[in-house]
Ligand binder design. Structure first.
Ligand code: AMP
Ligand code: ZN
Length: 464
């Protein structure tokens, strides 16, 4: 009997057995996607990697997954208190390009990095700017249900109308109210948030739309409620994001959906905890930040970063250091070489006991560090090589390290070695085995080995 899948739900603050809401249907997952005003940093990718692992673990358990990830290309302000500038307009000023151009540029860069990290693409990748009508409709329903009010700069959600507002974050509403500062502006309560912001009087924004309340743009939280509802329905299985989303963004998504349809949006709320840099928060607004490209520029395989993330549990913060990345790169290299050296046999099956052990680890709230330990046990153990190989290949469905497709970097052999190998290939073709063997020995003596492939040969430098 395989171990049941248990996931930590931040809403109930408990480990719960996962059961899909709709038996037989795909598991619905919504994950908050990137704000595309700049590149994503490696911290963002830690969260996206956690979400990818979650999907892979669900798939391992036999579920089909319907994954929706939004692209935030409007409405995310520089301050969570609904003040400050739209990050897109700010990014536009920084780069001298239009807000639409930078949205395109950074969305493409994000998708390229996702691919480099072997993250499975979402089923649906909706852009906020393509769903303005749905957001307006959502706000109109909230207005009809009596949850909104108007200020000089927008339409706001009145959080005092909901007794359980802030439950996800266990918000201390009284404490927040008492500590409120000038940033309250025209808002009635410190936790109230913008649903629709008006374009500044007399100014034309690059991204603005007409609405029943006036020209403007949607608040950041409404896009997720609207798009989640459109693509996953009123109440779906799992909602994810980074830990920073708990007190504001996800709290507000829940408030909106409850106010519109009366359900609590998602059955499980899961959060990836932060990647820190030198024990401090990694933030794009700080200006300098590490991208996947920076790792590549330093000679790292992006999958070494994926391996690094597998070594820490998603519910603990992880401190990024170059030493830690070095250790991950070494671990990955050893695992790849160990795997490559294993004899392959097409009919080999994974070892049932190890698969069961592995399942118990990943089903224990995605314990990937312990699952990695099972993989190492497999590689170092005394099973037959083809069984080890089949077992590791199966595990890699969850790790996503591409073990079966990896090849060591080919070093170009010098011309005379290449010529000898060509001559040997010709000798083999002519069935002159003696000459072929002589050439193989000569190549070997010169420090190279030749391996035969169905239609070619491969030259590899001999290890010292
Ligand atoms: P953003 O592009 O800022 O909207 O963030 C994209 C995702 O990355 C969100 O789920 C954030 O919660 C998450 N995130 C932001 N900073 C970090 C970090 N340092 N470590 C892990 N996840 C992060
Ligand atoms: Zn969101």
């Amino acid at each position: 009997m395989p171990a049941p899948l248990k996931l930590y739900d931040n809403f109930t603050r408990s480990l719960r057995v996962f059961e899909p809401l709709r038996a037989g249907a795909a598991v619905g997952i919504y994950t908050c996607g990137p704000t595309v005003y700049d590149y994503q940093h490696i911290g963002n990718f830690r969260t996206f990697l956690f979400e990818d692992e979650l999907k892979r673990v669900l798939e391992w358990n036999g579920y089909a997954v319907r994954h929706v990830m939004n692209i935030t290309d409007v409405g995310h302000l520089t301050s969570d208190a609904d003040t400050g500038e739209d990050k897109m307009e700010k990014g536009s000023r920084r780069t001298g390009r239009t807000a639409w151009d930078i949205a395109k540029l950074y969305t493409e860069a994000f998708l390229e990095d996702m691919q480099r990290l072997n993250i499975e693409p979402p089923t649906v990748l909706p852009r906020a700017t393509d769903h303005i009508a749905q957001q307006i409709e959502f706000i109109a329903d909230l207005e009809r249900n009596g949850y909104t009010y108007r200020t000089a700069d927008g339409i706001y959600f009145d959080t005092s109308k909901q007794a359980d507002y802030g439950y996800l974050a266990r918000l201390d509403k009284a404490g927040l109210e008492a500590g409120k500062r000038v940033e309250l502006g025209d808002k009635r309560n410190i936790t109230d948030f913008a649903l629709w912001k008006f374009s500044p009087p007399g100014a034309k924004r690059q991204m603005e739309w007409p609405s029943p309340w006036g020209m403007g743009f949607p608040g950041w939280h409404i896009e997720c409620s609207a798009m989640a509802q459109q693509y996953l329905g009123d109440y779906f299985d799992i909602h994810c994001g980074g830990e920073d989303h708990i007190p504001v963004h996800h709290t507000n998504e829940i408030a909106q959906t409850e106010a519109r349809v009366g359900t609590r949006l998602a059955n499980f709320w899961m959060h990836g905890y932060f990647l820190l840099e030198n024990d401090a928060k990694m933030a794009k607004s700080a200006g300098e930040f590490l991208r996947i490209q920076a790792l590549i520029d330093r000679g790292y395989d992006p999958l070494a970063f994926r391996y690094l993330c597998l070594t820490g549990h998603y519910r603990s913060q992880l401190n990024f250091t170059w030493d830690a990345l070095d250790a991950a790169a070494t671990g990955l290299d050893r695992m790849r070489r160990g795997f490559l050296a294993l004899e392959a046999r097409p009919d080999a099956q994974p070892d049932a006991l190890l698969v069961e052990h592995f399942t118990a680890e990943i089903n224990d709230d995605l314990n990937l560090p312990r699952a990695l330990a099972v993989a190492w046990e497999t590689l170092r153990g005394d099973l037959l090589e083809p069984v080890k190989r089949a077992t590791l290949e199966r595990f890699d469905r969850v790790f996503g390290l591409g073990l079966a497709t990896w090849q060591p970097m080919q070093e170009q052999a010098p011309a005379e070695i290449e010529q000898m190998a060509q001559a040997r290939a010709a000798a083999r073709k002519a069935r002159d085995w003696k000459e072929a063997d002589r050439l193989r020995a000569a190549i070997h003596a010169a420090g190279w080995d030749v391996e035969d492939r169905p239609d070619a040969f491969l030259l590899k430098r001999r290890s010292p």
